[in-house]
Design a protein around this ligand. Sequence first.
Ligand SMILES: O=P(O)(O)OC[C@H]1O[C@](O)(CO)[C@@H](O)[C@@H]1O
Length: 319
Amino acid sequence: MNPELYLSDLEAKPESLAALAGVLRTEDPFAGLPADVERVLFLGMGSSRYAAGVSALRLRSAGVFAHAEYASAASSLPPAAGTLVVPISATGTSRETLDATARYTGGAAFLAAITNRTDSPLAEAADLVVPMRAGEERGGVACRTFQHTLALLLALEARLTGRDLDLPVLLDKAAHATADLLDRRDEWLPATVELLDGPHGVHTIAPAERLSSAEQSALMFREGPRRRADACESGDWSHVDVYLTKTLDYRALLFPGSRYDDQAMDWVRERGSTVVSVGAEVKDAKATIRYAHDDDPDVALLTETLVAELVAAHWWAAG
Ligand SMILES: O=P(O)(O)OC[C@H]1O[C@](O)(CO)[C@@H](O)[C@@H]1O
C-alpha cells in the first residue's frame, strides 16, 4: 500500500465516476437478472459489506426483502429459487466472499457478482458479472471501488423496485460534489486534520441510511494511517459512544441527517467533545465542511467519505 498512490486514486474519483455515469446511460448492468427475484442476499467483507448494508436497508424500505451478510458467517439464507445472491468484492479474491459464494454455485439461487476484476475467481463463479469499472486502485486501498459499488447498488435498487431514478444524472452530481471537495481542500482540510487529531482516535457517526459513510471513514483511518477509529450510528450513539465522551478526548466526524443528531449534540455540548460536521450545519460543531449538492442525501451517500479519505491520506503521508 502506498499513500501517494492512494491520494492519486482519490483525485481520480470524479473522472472515474463520470465515466461510469456515461456507461450507465446506455446499459443496465443488471439487465441479465431473472424476473422472479423474491429476496436478495448480499455477501461481502469490509467496505463491500458496508455498501451492501445500506443497499439492503433501502431495498427493505421499498418492500424487497434484502439482507447484507458478513461473507465470513458460517451460514446464511438457504440456496432457494427466487433468491438473488450478490457477492461483492473489489478484488474478487477475498477468501471469505469466495467461500460464501461457493455455497450457492450450481444451486437454485441466482448469483450476480459485483467486482472490479472480471478475470477474478469470484467472476468465474457467478451467473452474471457486474463490473465496478473503477480502474486499478494503485494505492492498494478500496476507495473508488467503494464509491462505484454504491452507485451500482443504486442501479440494482432501481431495477428491483422500479424506482424512478436518473442514475447517470445523480452520478454526475456526485462527481461534481467530489471534485468540489477536492478542489477546495486547502480551505477545509488543514483545520479538519487538526480538530480530529486527538490522543484517543477518531470516531465517525452517520444515520442508518448512510452508515456506510461512517464505517468506510473509520476503515480509512485504520487502513492507511493505522489510527484508532470506530463507527457509530447516529441514534445508537446515545446508547453506545456517549459513554466515551465522559472519559476520552472524544473527537468525531459527523455525517448529519438523522432525526437523532440533536440528541447526540446535547451530550457533545455538555461533555465538551469535538465534532466536525460534513455536508450540513450542526449547532456547536467545531467546523462544518460543505460541498456542492450536499443537500441531496443520495449525493451525500456517494460523496461524503472523501472527507475522511483525504484526512487519512494526509496522516498516512505524514507518517
Ligand atoms: O472488496 P474486497 O476486495 O473483497 O475487499 C474487502 C475488504 O478488504 C480490504 O481490501 C482489506 O483487506 C478492504 O480494503 C476491503 O474493504
